[in-house]
Design a protein around this ligand. Structure first.
Ligand code: 2RA
Length: 346
C-alpha cells in the first residue's frame, strides 16, 4: 500500500520537478493529484508515463490525503496550509510562509532529520513542515559535516543564483533578453530590476531596513534555525545569467583547527555531498554539471589564512532539486523511513 499525494502548484517549475522526482525515485504513490488555481484547472502534467489533469485547489477535499507538497507561493501557503494540515494531511511547504515559525520544523534530512521525531510525537502539531530556501538547503548540507568536526563560529556567503529560482517568467526573461541582444533589441527588465542577460544583479527578494535583502536574511535565519543559532552568518545574494544551478562561495571560521584535507575527508563521507576538488583546470563543479543531479557539489576547499581556523569552499547544486523539489520529497521519505506516518508502504 502506498500514499495519496497531492501537489499544489503542479504546473510551476518546482511542481513539475516534484512530479519527475516522485516518479524517478519510485516514491510509494497510490494516487497522485496535481492541483492548481482555477485558471490552470484541466492543464496536463506528466507523472512517469501518465498524463494527469490538474484539479481545482479551491474545491478539493483533502480528507484521506497523506502528503500535500506545496509550491505555489507564500500567500497560497499561508491561506491553505493550516486548513489542509487540519484534515490530517502532512503539508510540506516550499514557501517561506512558515519557515521561521517556532512550532514548524524546517528540515534538510541530511542535517536535522531527528527534529521530525519530536514534531510528529506532538499532539498539537499543525502538520506543517517547511522546506528551506534553495540557497540555504545546499549550504547546510555542505556545512553540517564541517560543523560536526570543528564547530563553525562565523560564515561569509556570496551566492551566484540562477534565474530558475525566480520562476518560469524569470527564465523566459533571460532567454528572451539573450536572444534579443543579438539582434540589437533593447532589453526591457520586467521580473528583474535590471538587464539579466550578460549581467549580474546584487538583489534578490525585497530590501530590508538594515540594507540586506530578504534572500540574504533567509540564509542567515535558516542556517541558524537548522544548524546552530550561535553561528554568525553574513551573506550577499546575487542573481546571475544561469538557467539552473545555484553556486556559493563560502568562507568559514571554526572554533577548532581544521585542515583542508580533514574537511575534504569529512565531506566525502557526508550524505548528499560529492567532493569534486582537483587543483587543476576544470577540477571543480559548475552549475552545468549540477543540473539534473541530486548531489550538492563541493569544490575549491582551501585554507582561509586571513582568520584563525579558516577555510574557504565553493558549493554548487541544482536549485530546483536539492533547493526545492528533491528536499521536499526527501522529507516525505524520511517521515516514512522513520516510521512516522500512520501507514507503511508495502
Ligand atoms: C531564488 N531563493 O533563487 C529563491 C527561490 N527560492 O530567487
Amino acid at each position: 500500500m502506498g500514499y495519496k499525494v497531492a501537489i499544489v502548484g503542479a504546473t510551476g517549475n518546482v511542481g513539475r520537478e516534484m512530479l519527475d522526482i516522485l516518479a524517478e525515485r519510485n516514491f510509494p504513490v497510490d494516487e497522485l493529484v496535481p492541483l492548481a488555481s482555477s485558471r490552470s484547472v484541466g492543464r496536463e502534467v506528466s507523472f512517469g508515463d501518465k498524463v494527469l489533469k490538474c484539479k481545482n485547489l479551491d474545491d478539493f477535499d483533502f480528507t484521506g490525503t497523506d502528503f500535500v507538497l506545496m509550491s505555489a507561493g507564500g500567500d497560497i501557503s499561508k491561506h491553505w496550509a493550516p486548513k489542509i494540515g487540519a484534515t490530517g494531511a502532512i503539508v510540506i511547504d516550499n514557501s517561506s510562509a512558515f519557515r521561521y515559525h517556532e512550532d514548524v520544523p524546517l528540515i534538510v534530512p541530511e542535517v536535522n532529520a531527528g527534529v521530525l521525531d519530536a514534531y510528529m510525537a506532538k499532539n498539537d502539531r499543525k502538520n506543517i513542515i517547511a522546506n528551506p530556501n534553495c540557497s540555504t538547503a545546499q549550504l547546510v548540507v555542505a556545512l553540517k559535516p564541517l560543523h560536526d568536526l570543528a564547530t563553525l563560529t562565523r560564515i561569509v556567503v556570496s551566492t551566484y543564483q540562477s534565474v530558475s529560482g525566480g520562476g518560469k517568467d524569470a527564465m523566459d526573461e533571460l532567454w528572451n533578453q539573450t536572444k534579443g541582444i543579438f539582434v540589437n533589441d533593447t532589453p526591457t527588465p520586467a521580473k528583474f530590476t535590471k538587464q539579466i542577460a550578460f549581467n549580474v544583479i546584487p538583489h534578490i527578494d525585497v530590501f530590508m531596513e538594515d540594507g540586506y535583502t530578504k534572500e540574504e536574511w533567509k540564509v542567515l535565519a535558516e542556517t541558524k534555525k537548522m544548524l546552530d543559532s550561535r553561528i554568525k552568518v553574513t551573506c550577499t545574494a546575487v542573481r546571475v545569467p544561469v538557467f539552473v544551478g545555484h553556486s556559493e562561495a563560502v568562507n568559514m571560521e571554526f572554533a577548532k583547527p581544521i585542515t583542508p584535507d580533514e574537511a575534504r575527508d569529512a565531506l566525502r563521507e557526508a550524505p548528499g555531498v560529492v567532493v569534486l576538488d582537483k587543483r587543476e583546470n576544470g577540477g571543480y563543479a559548475t552549475p552545468v554539471e549540477a543540473k539534473g543531479e541530486d548531489a550538492t557539489y563541493v569544490s575549491r576547499i582551501r585554507e582561509d589564512a586571513t582568520v584563525e581556523n579558516g577555510l574557504a569552499m565553493w558549493v554548487v547544486s541544482d536549485n530546483l532539486r536539492k533547493g526545492a523539489a528533491l528536499n521536499t520529497i526527501q522529507i516525505a521519505e524520511t517521515l516514512i523511513s522513520r516510521g512516522l506516518m500512520n501507514k507503511q508502504a508495502a
